[in-house]
Design a binder for this molecule. Structure first.
Ligand code: TRP
Length: 373
């Protein structure tokens, strides 16, 4: 059986370099490797709504942004099916059945859900009589790992390329697959996560040196940022706060510029933009010794990033002139995705024996029972 990919993103903003190193770059490589029978890339609007119920306009506006980012990074609609989650109603039905296979305490232990609840300031310990309940945990949000299990299993995905923050989601999905197959018989395909391969790429910090690039922290470099914006952001990047004078020895660990260079710079960039050094190790050694200024390494990073982003910007500009076509791609992709999900759903219904009208044996059996009486 061929390998199948399902992966996706929430449309809550434009995609940034963190998405690029964490998933986008890999997806394009996988797409072009020819190793996969089918590739599904989902814009997870329904999941985005689980904690944006009061902001549907944000989700609606960002669908096209995410689609443009995909296309400009090299996602090719003739090789990958790009679709919108909410347009595949079958996913909801699957989730509804999977909910019976997962306990509340198991969801409460999901590390990603736990940290997101904290991040969003949700709390479920509302005192009795407290009618504000402003920040209670929405049930849909709490159960989104189950919905994610339907996303993955509906397409019989064997492979889910994603960042390490998605590991608990895949683990949860695997448990659901196990449980489903052991209760109802072998039906669902067991998926595996495919993590980014370069350690530096696992989690790209924000430009402020904070743990992760995140829109709410304002520390992102977007794929659609202009040359000028990228320059400004890199110039303001967090380095080593104790590296005050050029002669001072500097720290490379935790220094954003070097983390980004680890993720993006290739040996040939030195010959092109910084010929005094042969490799990143040499550059790091000089910085550690002292005598290498932040401006120099930042200018190098700007050149490296621009080389990466320029073709992406150019392709984006072209697609921006053809928005109707982008929506058509999404519509066709959604129709194709729906067909696949419907097939899985019918298998799930058969396994659960809730396909009453197709189950001729059931009808015959009931009829015989009552005729005999
Ligand atoms: N949770 C993912 C994110 O926040 C988006 C997503 C939804 C997803 N369903 C998925 C990713 C299924 C991989 C597989 O980015």
């Amino acid at each position: 059986m061929g390998k199948i990919i399902l992966t996706g993103d929430r449309p809550t903003g434009r995609l940034h370099l963190g998405h690029f190193v964490g998933s986008l770059r890999r997806r394009v490589e996988l797409q072009n490797s020819g190793e996969f029978e089918k590739i599904f890339i989902m814009i997870a609007d329904a999941q985005a709504l689980t904690d944006n119920a009061d902001n549907p306009e944000k989700v609606r506006q960002n669908i096209i942004e995410v689609a443009l980012d995909y296309l400009s990074c090299g996602i090719d609609p003739s090789k990958s099916t790009v679709f919108i989650q909410s347009q595949v109603a079958e996913l909801c039905e699957l989730a509804f059945y999977y909910m019976n296979l997962v306990t509340v305490s198991r969801l409460q232990r999901n590390p990603t859900v736990k940290s997101e609840i904290k991040m969003r300031g949700f709390s479920d310990d509302v005192a009795e009589g407290d009618t504000t309940q402003k920040k209670g945990i929405p049930v849909g949000f709490f159960t989104y790992p189950i919905s994610q299990a339907s996303d993955i299993t509906a397409f019989k995905a064997t492979t889910v390329p994603a960042g390490e923050d998605q590991e608990p989601m895949i683990e949860q999905t695997r448990e659901i697959v196990n449980k489903f197959n052991s209760v109802y018989g072998e039906t669902l395909v067991m998926p595996e996560i495919l993590l980014p391969d370069n350690a530096a790429c696992m989690r790209l910090p924000g430009t402020d040196g904070k743990a992760k690039m995140s829109k709410s922290l304002g520390n992102c470099i977007y794929l659609s940022d202009t040359e000028k914006e990228v320059k400004q952001k890199v110039m303001g990047m967090y380095t080593d706060p104790d590296h005050i004078h050029i002669e001072d020895p500097g720290k490379v660990e935790g220094n954003c510029v070097f983390t980004y260079l680890d993720a993006f710079c290739r040996p040939e960039h030195f010959a092109k933009y910084l010929p005094d050094y042969a490799s990143l190790d040499e550059l790091k050694a000089h910085y550690r010794r002292g005598g290498l200024g932040d401006v120099k390494i930042k200018k190098f990073l700007i050149a490296v990033l621009d080389e990466l982003l320029e073709p992406i910007r150019a392709r984006r500009k072209e697609w921006e002139q053809n928005i109707e076509e982008v929506y058509r791609i999404l519509e066709n992709g959604s129709a194709a995705a729906r067909e696949v999900a419907a097939q899985t759903l019918s298998e799930v219904r058969a396994a659960m024996k809730i396909n009453y009208f197709e189950d001729k044996a059931l009808i015959a059996e009931q009829a015989a029972k009552y005729k005999a009486e």
